[in-house]
Design a protein around this ligand. Structure first.
Ligand SMILES: *Cc1c(COP(=O)(O)O)cnc(C)c1O
Length: 486
């Protein structure tokens, strides 16, 4: 603490007078490198903000008083410049146990995919230019052949996301007319996407059939009338109906739809392009199976099980896709060149299925053996113990991962990880929140999940344990700092 005499000599007033001007601060030789790196505009703005902040703190009598000598101010200026330029979007370690986590950016792109993005985005490209004829081309052609080859579709198009794919499909094929959907498939997917609202936005009149738990073929047949344009199936990806239930499959609906000259569309959502069962995973309908069952249009996401960028993929018959592509709303929902490049490179991996388990991060993580995950947890546990002692303990635990993003809601994958538990009975909630916060504040934030008074780190999606281990000293420092602040 300052002595009374000390605070008279170095008191806020004297400190205020000692503050350099903006000009003097940026001319300080200590800041020459900063100026060279960022230019005068940026550094001057930061210096002005720093001095303003320091002045306000001194006037408010802040204790301890902010640094006012030029060496400390120069250091603060460099830190402020660095902080202002730090990206908001950064990579985090997803140890939540949910592999495709919507809040954490869903599917992680393969390194090879990013090389293609880098190579095609740092120059002009042939996005809408046909190199063979020299004429204007269509951006869909970047991926259409690939999608058709992989799914067996006659034609394909791509939009911004699957919500857009469903909206556009309904608008293009059923606007001003009726679309029939089962009451068991009136789903809401992540707040803003509710099937009845999407139908309304598309200008289609929704005709509901069946009941919440049971819908039969005759329900659809009875609802078909002169205004009907389309039968809509929705994959109930984020909830499961169990018990006394019945729904009508696409294969059963297709003959009914086609006998009446109607379109059969199905919204798959996650839409894996491989048979998940071949990888020891729970079954999930594929676009290829839906097309084989007779669907005219199938929509699915690019960044769920497919493991690519955000995109909405629409595959189907040439006639239906042409109508969708020519509908004016398509222009507003079209995909940009950046995700399109990522999608192309991701789809190319599917031409070489043997590579997928190794090279597609989503599939690699989903198929990881729990014994391997446990071995990683065991190798890390002692280091965690040491970093967190004495206020927390770390133990290796068996966990259940989720696929996530609404796919396969009831299925769990056996996994393993670390359980971090506060010592002592008192203030456990606060101690857990403090630990979770320290992990989130790391240079590469670590995101776990809180369950049963423990912070759980599921290591299924951890590729590089060394990167996690290297951050442990920073965790320890943060916990000590928190303790001192208390
Ligand atoms: C995820 C999902 C959507 C929305 O897809 P986005 O790509 O997030 O827009 C729509 N329908 C179903 C069935 C889904 O699972």
């Amino acid at each position: 603490m300052d002595t009374p005499e000390g605070s008279m000599v170095h008191g806020p007033k004297a400190m205020l007078q000692q503050l350099p001007s903006v000009d003097r601060l940026i001319r300080d030789p200590a800041n020459a490198a900063l100026l060279r790196a960022h230019g005068a505009t940026f550094v001057t703005q930061a210096a002005r903000a720093l001095l303003q902040h320091t002045r306000e703190a001194l006037c408010a009598g802040e204790v301890p008083p902010p640094a006012t000598d030029e060496a400390a101010l120069s250091a603060a200026l460099a830190a402020r410049c660095q902080a202002r330029l730090a990206p908001r979007l950064k990579t985090v370690l997803n140890l939540t146990g949910t592999v495709i986590h919507t809040n954490l950016g869903r599917a992680v792109l393969a390194p090879e995919v990013m090389l293609h993005v880098q190579a095609t985005m740092t120059g002009s490209n042939n996005l809408e230019f046909d190199l063979a004829s020299g004429r204007r081309g269509d951006r869909d052609s970047v991926v259409e052949d690939l999608l058709c080859e992989i799914t067996g579709a006659q034609a394909a198009t791509v939009v911004n996301n699957n919500a857009a794919a469903v909206l556009l499909t309904l608008a293009a094929l059923a606007q001003g007319r009726e679309a029939i959907v089962s009451r068991g498939e009136q789903v809401e997917i992540g707040g803003a996407f509710r099937m009845p609202d999407v139908m309304a936005s598309a200008g289609a009149k929704m005709v509901e059939v069946g009941t919440t738990n049971r819908t039969h073929l005759t329900d659809y047949a009875r609802a078909i009338g002169p205004e009907t344009a389309l039968l809509m199936k929705v994959h109930t990806s984020n909830y499961a109906l169990q018990g006394f239930t019945a729904s009508v499959s696409e294969a059963e609906l297709a003959p009914l739809a086609h006998a009446h000259g109607l379109i059969l569309a199905t919204d798959l959502g996650s839409g894996s392009l491989v048979n998940m069962v071949d990888y020891g995973l729970p079954p999930e309908p594929t676009p290829q199976a839906m097309l084989a069952a007779g669907c005219d249009v199938v929509t699915f996401s690019g960044d769920k099980l497919l493991g690519g960028p955000q995109a909405g993929l629409i595959v189907g018959t040439r006639e239906a896709i042409t109508r969708i592509r020519q509908f004016p709303m398509k222009r507003a929902l079209r995909v940009s060149k950046l995700p399109l490049a990522a999608l192309e490179a991701t789809l190319r991996l599917y031409l070489q299925p043997e590579r997928l388990r190794r090279d597609l991060p989503t599939l690699r993580w989903l198929t990881r053996e729990s014994a391997d995950i446990r071995a990683m947890a065991e190798a890390l546990c002692a280091d965690f113990q040491e970093a967190l002692a004495p206020h927390y303990t770390a133990t290796v635990v068996a966990l259940q991962s989720q696929i996530g993003s609404g796919s396969l809601p009831i299925d769990r994958l056996p996994s393993a990880g670390l359980a971090l538990k506060p010592q002592g009975k008192q203030g456990q909630g606060r101690a857990l929140a403090a630990l979770a916060q320290a992990l989130r504040a790391l240079p590469q934030p670590v995101i776990g999940r809180v369950e049963d008074d423990r912070l759980l780190l599921d290591l299924r999606c951890l590729d590089d344990p060394a990167a996690l281990r290297a951050q442990l000293p920073a965790v320890r420092a943060a916990l000590l700092a928190q303790e001192r602040a208390r």
